[in-house]
Design a protein around this ligand. Structure first.
Ligand SMILES: NC(=O)C1=CN([C@@H]2O[C@H](COP(=O)(O)OP(=O)(O)OC[C@H]3O[C@@H](n4cnc5c(N)ncnc54)[C@H](OP(=O)(O)O)[C@@H]3O)[C@@H](O)[C@H]2O)C=CC1
Ligand SMILES: CC(C)(CO)C(=O)C(=O)O
Length: 338
């Protein structure tokens, strides 16, 4: 049970966490950000500027929310904990929750990838853990500039059914939230979209520019076709996330540019700043979520004995870029296909 006075902790306040936490604080919800010192100090000093592609430009004042790098202070009294670290940080955050959070706190993973909620659940036995999904991209201002988080595309956050009052607590201006009864299908549907994260990361292009170019869409269509075949062989039915039924995605992506632009208007409701969270990781010299995204498809494909050469090639290029630690390699679609 949650209500609009429940204290919400953002466990890992980066791009998505600051956007969600900022919207909640602006709506008068009680919010603790568990953040790295750089972000925590910026929020304590100047508050949090939250903008979006619909033209909102708002600032949550420093006193509207608390921001700390101290996990005990952030988690101790939280009634709802939104986990928003990258997938590689799930185990560390799980341990912090186990050590510091109330046993009755509701924990929700809003991460990409299909198994973060299960990983949290396995290590937090007896606690209520729900899956969630964020469909939009958030751009964080570069280090050294005043902190701003900008929602650069559209979509509804989905959370697993099961806790009364939770969707009402989280659905505030700038943040549409709905519950869903089959989050496994939602997460596999989101994973299909996320197969593009790697192409944005490898190209270095803004998402809208990359998607407008059929050469990139053909590679994405190849990956999605492989993923759909592997999912079908394993009995997984992905949910529709981006307006298009999953089975139609490869066909629509392969259309000529002029027709794609007309038919995929919702998919292209993205502003020029949006890239992908995997691009952010390469730029910051961090590990990416390639194992949780392309790796999940390769795991299914192997299990089912179906080929996935395009996905394997993309994954290998991302791993190479991670090793190089020089940001996006700025590859052309021809280089990715080679
Ligand atoms: N960015 C986007 O547009 C979207 C992201 N997502 C998903 O949401 C999740 C979060 O992504 P995103 O917001 O981009 O990630 P970020 O890396 O921007 O945010 C996570 C933040 O948590 C911090 N952090 C990690 N561990 C701790 C800790 N123990 N204590 C305090 N802070 C900690 C990280 O710091 P550090 O880097 O130092 O570890 C980082 O600042 C991912 O699964 C991503 O795929 C989903 C949709 C869109
Ligand atoms: C770009 C987007 C919204 C969809 O692939 C995303 O999930 C990300 O950046 O991680």
């Amino acid at each position: 049970m949650a209500n609009n006075d429940s204290l919400v902790a953002i466990a890992g306040a980066g791009s998505i966490g600051c956007y969600v936490g900022g919207c909640l604080a602006l709506a008068g919800r009680r919010v603790n950000l568990l953040a790295r010192p750089r972000i925590g100090e910026a929020v304590r000093q100047d508050g949090l500027r939250v903008t979006d592609l619909d033209g909102r430009d708002r600032r949550a004042a420093p006193e509207a929310l608390s921001a700390t790098a101290d996990p005990a202070a952030a988690l101790r009294n939280a009634e709802v904990i939104l986990v928003m670290v990258k997938s590689g940080g799930t185990e560390e955050m799980t341990a912090l929750i186990a050590a510091h959070a109330r046993p009755d706190a509701v924990v929700i993973s809003l991460q990409n990838g299909v198994d973060n909620a299960d990983r949290l659940r396995a290590a937090l036995a007896g606690r209520q853990v729900l899956a969630g999904m964020v469909p939009f991209n958030v751009v964080q201002s570069p280090d050294g500039e005043p902190l701003r988080v900008h929602r650069a595309s559209e979509g509804k956050v989905m959370i697993e059914d099961g806790v009364a009052g939770l969707a009402e607590l989280l659905a505030v201006e700038g943040l549409t939230v709905e519950t869903h009864g089959d989050m496994a299908a939602v997460l596999w549907g989101k994973l299909l979209m996320n197969l593009n994260n790697a192409l944005v990361a490898l190209s270095g292009l803004p998402l809208a520019t990359e998607l407008a170019d059929r050469r990139w869409r053909l590679i994405l269509a190849g990956q999605i076709g492989e993923a759909l075949a592997a999912m079908k062989a394993c009995g997984i039915k992905p949910a529709r996330i981006a307006g298009l039924p999953p089975a139609l995605m490869p066909k629509v992506l392969r259309l000529p540019d002029w027709l794609f632009k007309r038919l995929a208007r919702r998919m292209l409701a993205i502003d020029a700043e949006a890239r992908s969270s995997m691009w952010d990781d390469l730029q910051r010299g961090r590990s990416t979520e390639i194992v949780e995204l392309q790796g999940a498809v390769l795991g299914l494909a192997q299990r089912a004995g179906v080929p996935a050469p395009v996905t394997a090639r993309v994954a290998a290029l991302v791993r190479e870029a991670e090793r190089q630690r020089q940001g996006s390699p700025g590859l052309s679609p021809e280089a990715v296909r080679a």
